[in-house]
Design a protein around this ligand. Structure first.
Ligand SMILES: Cc1ncc(COP(=O)(O)O)c(C=O)c1O
Length: 390
């Protein structure tokens, strides 16, 4: 057999690999606390589950329109308008099986040999993986720990070349928990006026998870880039629905037909009951979301304080999502070594910063999607392990 050469350029997401190793260790009877996982440790709200059950009982078993059922696209448009204040045409909303799919579609649309696509580093690993797969050249956007893992707008603008097709942004961010300041986004958007052919994909899947009273700043609130902005969001994180595979993309009107053709070619449509659940999630009571974000906020305080208490680690305050990204350079270990040894010797799963790009060396990602009790126990184990090994 001779698979296409591009298959060798496809990367992966180490979180799944660490999860498999953590499960294998747990299966031998050893205790592992998983702070590696990127999904809420909450159940999908009961009213949402019930909506899916009802959809199945009502006979919604067939294909749906490829871009999603109209009621769901209307619910998404209304939700965006509610939160961001921008009127949205539901026909520009494309429902897909998870946030990742909008990402892959954007890369397939804009990536080809000779093209450059910019992406945050450290960032969600699938960005770089899919850029490489498309044949385009990945151009990292450096994030700075000293500015809470923000990029510098001037640096991003200075890296744009005549080959730049697409810029990927992600705030609040995985893996850093960073939130980019509005002033930096303002500067970037203003500078983009000089580059009218460059598209922007803003991954705002953690848009509902900001802390310290910070308002989420959506790229959608900038009219000057509206006609070249792809907005990625979905239900996975906000409604604890990672396994339902429900995401949405808001596409520029000029790209909607292409996005829908990709859907038709790849997955036909998202399963019908999940789409009905998605309507209930958006239109039903939001108290479960509020309670989940409150719980994450409390854990964030604990994780940050505990990490800063571990000799060799220092952690800037995460402002969004459910991740902390401490600097571990003073421990003397590489990120991968510390990840592996903490998993195997201390029974705590974390993810090496290098899984998120070259700039991630010297950092570990901690997810605080776990109980306060487990987080405290994990931190105790790490402190003890450090005392014996550093
Ligand atoms: C930044 C970011 N974007 C997108 C996704 C993908 O979400 P989904 O599970 O809906 O595909 C994730 C998941 O971890 C993420 O962290």
């Amino acid at each position: 057999m001779q698979p296409a050469a591009r298959m060798s350029r496809l990367g992966t997401e180490s979180a799944f690999e660490v999860l498999a190793r953590a499960n294998a260790i747990a299966a031998t009877g050893n205790s592992v606390i998983n702070l590696g996982i990127g999904q809420p440790d909450f159940q999908t709200p009961a009213n949402v589950v019930e909506a899916a059950r009802k959809a199945l009982a009502d006979g919604h078993h067939g294909y749906t329109p490829s871009n999603g059922i109209p009621e769901l696209r209307e619910a998404v448009a209304a939700d965006i308008e509610n939160r961001i204040g921008t009127p949205i045409d539901p026909d520009c909303v494309v429902i897909v099986p998870g946030g990742k799919v909008t990402m892959a579609m954007a890369m397939m649309m804009f990536g080809e040999p000779g093209a450059e696509i910019m992406y945050p580093d450290p960032g969600f690993p699938i960005y770089e993986s899919m850029i490489r797969y498309s044949g385009a050249t990945p151009v990292p956007i450096r994030l700075y720990e000293e500015s809470g893992f923000s990029f510098s707008a001037q640096e991003v603008l200075a890296s744009i070349t005549s080959n730049t097709r697409l810029i990927i942004l992600n705030s609040p961010a995985n893996p850093t928990g960073g939130v980019v300041a509005k002033s930096e986004i303002d500067a970037l958007v203003a500078g983009l006026d000089a580059h009218p052919n460059v598209a922007i994909m803003s991954d705002e899947i953690y848009s509902r998870m900001t802390y310290d009273g910070l308002e989420h700043v959506s790229l959608l609130s900038y009219p000057s880039i509206r006609d070249r902005l792809i907005l990625l969001d979905g239900w996975s994180k906000t409604y604890a629905m990672t396994g339902w595979r429900m995401g949405w993309g808001l596409w520029p009107a000029s790209l909607v037909d292409d996005a829908v053709r990709l859907c038709i070619n790849i997955h036909s449509c998202v399963n019908a009951p999940s789409q009905f659940a998605g309507i209930e999630a958006l239109q039903g009571p939001q108290d479960a979301v509020v309670a989940m974000v409150k719980a994450f906020d409390e854990r964030r305080e604990i994780v940050t304080a505990e990490l800063n208490n571990i000799p060799g680690m220092s952690c800037v305050r995460p402002r969004g999502a459910f991740y902390a990204f401490p600097n571990i350079r003073e421990t003397g270990f590489s990120a991968k070594t510390l990840q592996d040894r903490l998993l195997e010797e201390a029974g705590v799963a974390t993810i090496a910063g290098t899984s998120f790009g070259q700039q991630g060396e010297g950092y570990l990602r901690f997810s605080y999607a776990n109980s306060v009790e487990n987080i405290r126990e994990a931190m105790g184990r790490i402190r003890e392990w450090m005392a014996a090994n550093v």
